[in-house]
Design a protein around this ligand. Sequence first.
Ligand code: AMP
Length: 299
Amino acid sequence: MSLLVFGSTALDSIATPKKKNPRLLGGSGSHAAVAASFFAAPKLIGVVGTDFPRKYISLLERHRVNLKGLKVREGKTFHWAGEYEVNMNNRRTLSTELGVVEGYSPVLPAAHRKAKYVLLANNPPGAQEAIIEQLDKPKFIVADTMDLWMNVAMNDLCSLLRRVDMLVLNDSESRQLTGDDNVVSAMPKLHKLGPRYVIVKKGEHGSILSSRRGLFVAPAFPLAKVEDPTGAGDSFVGAMTGYLAKTGGPIDASIRRAILYGSVVASFCCEGFGLSRTTKTTRTEINQRLRALEKMTRV
Ligand code: AMP
């Protein structure tokens, strides 16, 4: 079934203790759309500046990402710079330059309005809700967010959460949103904000899904070496929503497998800078890793 992905399309400058890589293709929308593309052909909505390299457009197209909703505006592409500590978990944002994102409000091409599966990857919650306003009978809406929006746009975020089916956030964001340190006791508080499905991500320690069916605990794929975790969260949610869109049936029938696919695609993302490893990954490798993960967790 059709899948719409709204998110940032960025140039990322990433520094780890070992390497620095400037102006790579990044953004929540790019990572999520490429991850989703292993399962469905996503329609990406976003904006880039006239400086956005042509080679990145070609790369997204090669991954059957539909770019009819990617607007090119005069000016600079959104640029994010971040730096990792030695443990590769703690990250510091060095700068965020909005560029052409400033003053941009997303408009869906007519053909995109009927999308059944919708992923609102990390972006300002007001812009995420503007997408919902334009949809014609969506089946399942997933929203990702970040601490920044809890700090600067809490009212918009609360308004958005009343209209989405699933919220995906990490454990520190769950703490910030509910004031509850315990992920399990935070779940009912997160459901109360609106979403019927909540996934709390815990980085290398996996994720927990809460729904009417109770809890599902999913591992992350264990990696001996992490090159760059930027975009792992977006890859997780992108692959998961892509798989749900591909199967198209009742959510409860496929959500657990969708989450495991999310863990697997996120693990490939961590093995290279930016999108470099994800874009070289094949569906065969993904299936092999899924089988390995199932084997590692079977009792
Ligand atoms: P993750 O590592 O999954 O948290 O995602 C990192 C990606 O989010 C990077 O590619 C950034 O370009 C993008 N990003 C960082 N800050 C923002 C923001 N304020 N709004 C939208 N996307 C962002």
